[in-house]
Design a protein around this ligand. Structure first.
Ligand code: NAD
Ligand code: DAU
Length: 340
């Protein structure tokens, strides 16, 4: 079995590669990644020497390069994690989001059609459903919830989902889609809420909470997401969408306070800054379908997962210090410099 994992030098893709190489010693895993600002080869250093692993630096929009890789590797399965993934960056400039997230997805699927494939899996997001109101805790996103996006990022992901379903219906491509809630865990790029707050708190820097901090996200430990994708590519039904989430809703402000507490830092570091434009209020996944059909359940409780994650950032300072010493500084100044 050969699996091409795109975006495998990023947060979730790398965790997926580690999971697959460990669980299936007979599988060949080929990581295709452009190494954008979010992709990091040092993340993969522990598997680079594994004879069942190959890394290829490539853009998923590069049709010729992608076709050549398919000719070389004859993949059985493609799992597409490659994406521009940060909402704030999409608000700053949508164009690369449309290119990678939509056009890149179509190039990968064209290669799957041309060379044949057992399964194309699209890693999507709960953000395609838009948001839920705070005063309706009874509402959840199901696979039937209409797509209703807020940001250029989520719109590009929803567009890709529609293309994936169109390739299934029109060309019979054997596809599946997973729509997961917010992940956290090792190798999470420090522009995202949890790692940003951990790293800032460690340096006694201000902790910038958007708006009132009441927005709710539904957090899932990254390993649980990887296990869900593993199940879907092996046992999920073709043409189906599976929501992935663990009923773990938390307000942003409570996450940041928890991080302060765990690191023994004062809450006075918290500073409320201008809200994100179009900021989604609440995400909440109903995972009944993947539970009933595939038996998936999250295994890591948030209380344990956040402790493990904080410990990982304490134990792996080299990994994130390297990142924040580079262009990240310019990003941080642009995004937070005069944000009031
Ligand atoms: P990430 O930003 O950490 O990693 C993205 C990876 O894709 C990087 O390694 C980057 O170099 C690579 N990449 C970007 N453009 C590329 C291109 N044109 N060609 C090849 N590689 C390219 O993202 P992540 O948080 O690991 O998210 C992975 C996927 O999961 C994304 O599709 C995202 O939409 C989805 N998702 C993320 C979350 C979350 O909480 N992080 C939740 C649900 C779904
Ligand atoms: O729900 C899945 C999505 O989760 C994925 O599709 C995205 O790729 C991923 O980035 C994530 O999107 P969010 O926008 O929810 O994640 P982010 O970590 O950027 O923000 C989480 C919440 O915290 C959100 O309400 C905005 C807020 N926030 C974020 C940052 C970076 C702050 O208050 N301050 C910050 O500095």
């Amino acid at each position: 079995m050969t699996i091409i994992v795109t975006g495998g030098a990023g947060f979730i893709g790398s965790n997926f590669i580690f999971h697959m190489l460990k669980k299936y010693p007979g599988y060949r895993i080929v990581c295709l990644d452009k190494l954008t600002y979010a992709g990091n080869l040092s993340t993969l250093k522990g598997v680079m020497d594994n004879p069942n692993f190959r890394f290829v630096k490539l853009d998923i929009c590069d049709r010729e390069g992608v076709y050549k890789l398919f000719e070389e590797e004859h993949p059985d399965i493609v799992v597409n994690f490659a994406a521009e993934s940060h909402v704030d960056r999409s608000i700053e400039d949508p164009s690369i989001f449309l290119q990678t997230n939509i056009i890149g997805t179509s190039v990968l699927m064209d290669a799957c059609r041309k060379y044949g494939i057992k399964r194309y899996h699209q890693v999507s997001t709960d953000e395609v459903y838009g948001d839920l109101p705070l005063d309706r805790p009874d509402l959840f996103f199901t696979e039937e919830t209409p797509l209703h996006t807020s940001s250029p990022y989520s719109s590009s992901k929803a567009s890709a989902d529609l293309l994936v379903l169109a390739y299934h219906r029109t060309y019979g491509l054997p596809v599946t889609i997973s729509r997961c809630s917010n992940n956290y865990g090792p190798y999470h790029f420090p522009e995202k809420l949890i790692p940003l707050m951990i790293i800032n708190a460690l340096a006694d820097k201000l902790l910038p909470v958007y708006g009132t901090g009441e927005n709710v996200r539904d957090w899932l430990y990254v390993e649980d997401h990887c296990k869900a994708i593993d199940l879907i590519i092996h046992k999920g039904r073709e043409g189906e969408v599976y929501n992935v989430g663990g009923h773990n809703e938390m307000r942003n402000i409570d996450i940041v306070k928890l991080i302060c507490k765990q690191l023994d830092k004062p809450e006075s570091l918290i500073t409320f800054v201008a809200d994100r434009k179009g900021h989604d209020m609440r995400y909440a996944i109903d995972p009944t379908k993947i539970h009933n059909e595939l038996g998936w359940l999250p295994e890591t409780k948030f209380a344990d997962g956040i402790k493990k994650t904080i410990q990982w950032y304490l134990d792996n300072k080299d990994w994130w210090q390297e990142i924040i010493s580079g262009d990240y500084q310019n990003y941080y100044k642009r995004m937070y410099g005069d944000r009031k």
